[in-house]
Design a protein around this ligand. Structure first.
Ligand code: GAP
Length: 393
């Protein structure tokens, strides 16, 4: 086995051991292409999605958010060309029973829900071009060979934006979203992203230009996200258009689409963060996750579990820190008194907790605690009152 493949196996094993990701229906032997996110995996995923919402939607004045149904009238995916272009790859389902049953499909991308709702959005909000609509949701593809953990699954999640613009302005917006995607990669801790200009032969049926954002996975370089210029293809197919009040004319807007897979983001984040080093002469494994997405921001420990005065002080510090960090949206704080301190550090390192705070006998005298930095393993003594600024620094 080569070294790189070993890393993939180590990630899969850490994900199971620490409650990030499990095979779906594992007690029955699993089900190829389906995965379950455990406690920390769900929080990590949620933190990534929250950051995406912030950067792609709420930081801007020209964006809306939506949440459309996974199953739609069959005409949506027929009109979009998915049924004819991806006939075998989309999951067929029966809606209703007996003679009344209608054949429809599980959506293979979240995008079509946004296009099909275009008129509703315009009627409700009267937005001026350019504007966009974002959505996070599940998508399903009957992949022939699901592989490489959550890289290629049959059920996965997407974070997509459909950005509507006048035809003559698409290039400018394409470049703008390209920058946003690159800076989002950095913000979640994915450093090595390569852009690939996708050739005409390899582009999806709706795209006139696509850039794949690729990542160096242990199994080879592969797609992480895509940015596509979908022209007016989709709105035209759904017979939808836009009335420009200023120009007093009706036309079909063009679309630029940054599309990010949540699961591939999680995988690239975990692979980027996975680190092995030596600390105090002992080998250790830790996730060097960025603070803004780590499932746990800080863990609070009493030095000894069997000393009620330490446990109660640690609980007090924990409760206060939880309240303060919640109001500042700094992520989760946990209380941990399981096993000895060494074991607790190892556990928190493996889930990527940036700070561990220990309450000891000196705390009872002078209200100071030790705070340990995940990456260096260094500990320093600080006042309880300074903890929030320490964990935000
Ligand atoms: N709406 C455009 C669209 O769906 P895509 O390139 O087919 O474009 C977008 O998919 C993103 O969705 C990909 O870049 C990837 O992150 C994710 N994705 C696609 N298929 C996937 C699969 N089988 N498993 C996990 N993620 C997938």
């Amino acid at each position: 086995m080569n070294k790189e493949l070993g890393i993939m196996e180590k990630i899969v094993s850490l994900c199971k051991r620490r409650g990030f990701v499990y095979p779906s229906s594992e007690i029955y032997g699993g089900f190829s292409g389906f995965w379950n996110y455990g406690h920390y995996g769900s929080i990590l995923k949620e933190n990534i999605k929250c950051l995406w919402k912030q950067r792609f939607i709420f930081d801007r004045d020209d964006m809306f958010i939506t949440d459309t149904s996974i199953i739609s009238n069959p005409k949506v995916l027929e009109s979009s060309g998915h049924v004819s272009n991806f006939g075998n790859e989309i999951f067929k389902i029966q809606v209703g029973t007996g003679d009344e049953a209608i054949t429809s499909h599980l959506r293979p991308e979240t995008a079509q829900g946004i296009f099909a709702d275009f008129k509703n959005l315009v009627d409700a909000h009267h937005p001026k071009l350019p504007f966009g609509v974002g959505q996070i949701g599940k998508a399903f593809r009957n992949e022939i060979s699901p592989r490489d953990f959550v890289f290629r699954s049959r059920e996965f999640e997407q974070m997509e934006v459909e950005y509507f613009t006048k035809e003559e302005e698409w290039k400018k917006h394409f470049e703008n979203w390209r920058e946003i995607m690159n800076s989002f990669a950095k913000e979640v801790g994915i450093e090595k992203v390569h852009e690939l200009e996708v050739s005409q032969d390899d582009r999806a049926h709706y795209s006139r230009r696509t850039i794949d954002f690729q990542f160096d996975y242990p199994f080879g370089r592969g797609e992480l996200w895509g940015l596509a210029y979908r022209t007016d293809f989709d709105l035209k197919n759904h017979n939808l258009d836009y009335f420009d009040e200023e120009a007093r004319k009706r036309f079909v807007p063009h679309v630029v689409e940054p599309s990010l897979g949540v699961d591939r983001t999680v995988l690239a984040v975990l692979l980027s963060a996975y680190t092995e080093d030596e600390l105090g002469g002992e080998p250790r494994t830790y996730l060097k996750l960025n603070k803004n997405i780590a499932p746990v921001r800080a863990a609070v420990f009493p030095l000894l579990k069997n000393k009620p005065e330490l446990v109660s002080k640690a609980r007090e510090v924990y409760e206060n820190l939880k309240l303060e960090t919640r109001s500042k949206q700094l992520g989760a704080v946990v209380f941990d008194d399981n096993g000895n301190i060494g074991k607790r550090y190892r556990r928190q390192d493996e889930i990527g907790t940036p700070h561990c705070i220990t309450i000891d006998f000196d705390t009872l005298k002078d209200d100071t605690v030790t705070i340990r930095d995940r990456d260096s393993g260094k500990q320093e003594r600080v006042f309880i009152n300074d903890l929030v600024s320490k964990i935000t620094a």
